[in-house]
Design a protein around this ligand. Sequence first.
Ligand code: 7PJ
Length: 283
Amino acid sequence: MAILKCASRTLDLSTTQVMGILNVTPDSFSDGGSLYDQQQLSVDVLLQKATEMVDQGATILDIGGESTRPNAKSVTVQQEMDRVLPALELLVANLDVVISIDTSSAALMTEAAKLGAGMLNDVRALEREGAMSAAAATGLPVCLMHMQGTPQTMQQAPEYQSVTAEVMHYLRNRAKLCEQAGIGAEQIILDPGFGFGKTLEQNLQLLQYTSAFVASGYPVLIGTSRKSMFGQLLARDVADRLAGGLASVAYAVMQGAAIVRVHDVKETVDVVTVIEAVKGQGE
Ligand code: 7PJ
């Protein structure tokens, strides 16, 4: 069974793990920068929210300092570091959980590993200058996500001949390059990248074929939480997409997704627990 080595901790992926999302950006689309008070990250609120997620069953917390929603303001590496590193230090000092860092920056990967991060999560699949070798040097697991285009342009007119085949081909190729760079195959996680340069139909096709990604042998991470695919399919605002997200989690967990990345940890853990309990029954 797949065991991820996350610095001083390990994660057993024989059942689906729940990753809680902590945005330390003042302009996140889904929680609107709620960890901020007048542009200042609130330490108390962050620790409270993180502690709650761990108590609810999250085994990974994902800290991101760059908003990648369409048309988000770009940040400098320094700004991203200033947002993420203090949050990382706070959580490492106070919680027993794997901390994942959602970043494309080589410098931040290196610094975060020194401060106790347990995983790297890159929506650009380590394509930025120096990112792959920096990630390899940390020895941490890496999540490689597929995106078509850039956050600025990705939703304009995403096009594929076959979305599942193309995304799979891209991720396999990135994984191979990571292995050549010295990252162990067992430390590589693949993510189709819901909403990153995909139409509603393309997102649904990717979800439908979760098992094809799982069949690659790499652990698969699914991140659909509160995304606009549910806005389109259900005509729901961001605040009202929980049921849609839970349905997608159930679908993915049934097919063997290793990690689900979500805002709503408590409800997601219940769904995962029920699906795993059903899967785990002998006759
Ligand atoms: C994802 C992510 C995702 C991974 C974001 C949001 C937008 N990392 N970072 N997968 N999405 N691995 O949370 O809605 O889907 S930022």
